[in-house]
Design a protein. Structure first.
Length: 202
């Protein structure tokens, strides 16, 4: 799964960039990425091999509904990118394949690097942590930034420096709220223990 994390960090469950190669005729590479409503995301193809001519398309949370038209603005050996504004919180899909006319080109020289970033934000810090029990797609928010949890409960949020109130609201659990201080170019680690709001059975 791709996530827009800082390239100098290594966080479990997240990758900012992935290396791919087209291994057979008609090969398609699919990736998932969590996205939040109203934010703009940039998917970039770089370091393309001389026979690599990727095209990019983003699909909805069902993995089938196209969110944009196929993007193929450059030729073989060149980069490619798309900027997309997310309409609703969720985990979306991106498909990368050889452009029309190059579907049967594969193997050596068709490698590329796929990277996810948020180009419109000027973040200088990061919040990282885990929600327990693990809850997928829970929204962790500070009022300034927000992130969705992965199935294992981990989350990663680019953020400005300062002190903020971090909140998590998950059905079946008591609301969580705690102060978090983010340093410049630092990762603030927050481990969140949720408390069930359901009374124990007699």
């Amino acid at each position: 799964m791709l996530n827009d994390q800082d390239p100098n960090t290594s966080i479990e469950g997240y990758e900012k960039s992935q290396a791919h190669t087209f291994h057979k005729a008609g090969d398609e590479d699919w990736v998932m990425f969590p996205a939040l409503a109203g934010k703009t995301y940039k998917l970039s193809v770089n370091n393309s091999g001389f026979k690599s001519d990727p095209s990019i398309r983003i699909y909805g949370t069902d993995g089938a509904t196209p969110m944009i038209e196929e993007v193929d603005d450059y030729g073989a050996g060149e980069g490619e990118y798309v900027e997309w504004r997310c309409p609703a919180d969720g985990v979306y899909y991106a498909r990368v394949k050889q452009a029309t006319g190059s579907e049967n080109v594969y193997g050596a020289g068709t490698q590329y690097q796929l990277t996810l970033t948020i180009p419109t934000a000027a973040f200088n810090g990061f919040i990282y942590g885990q929600v327990a029990p693990a809850v997928a797609l829970a929204t962790v928010s500070t009022g300034y930034g927000s992130a969705l949890t992965l199935p294992n409960g981990y989350f990663f949020m680019p953020h400005v420096a300062g002190t903020f109130t971090l909140t998590v609201n998950v059905p079946g659990y008591a609301p969580y709220s705690a102060a978090v201080t983010v340093g410049e170019l630092k990762v603030a680690t927050v481990n969140i223990a949720l408390t069930s709001s359901t009374p124990p059975s007699a």
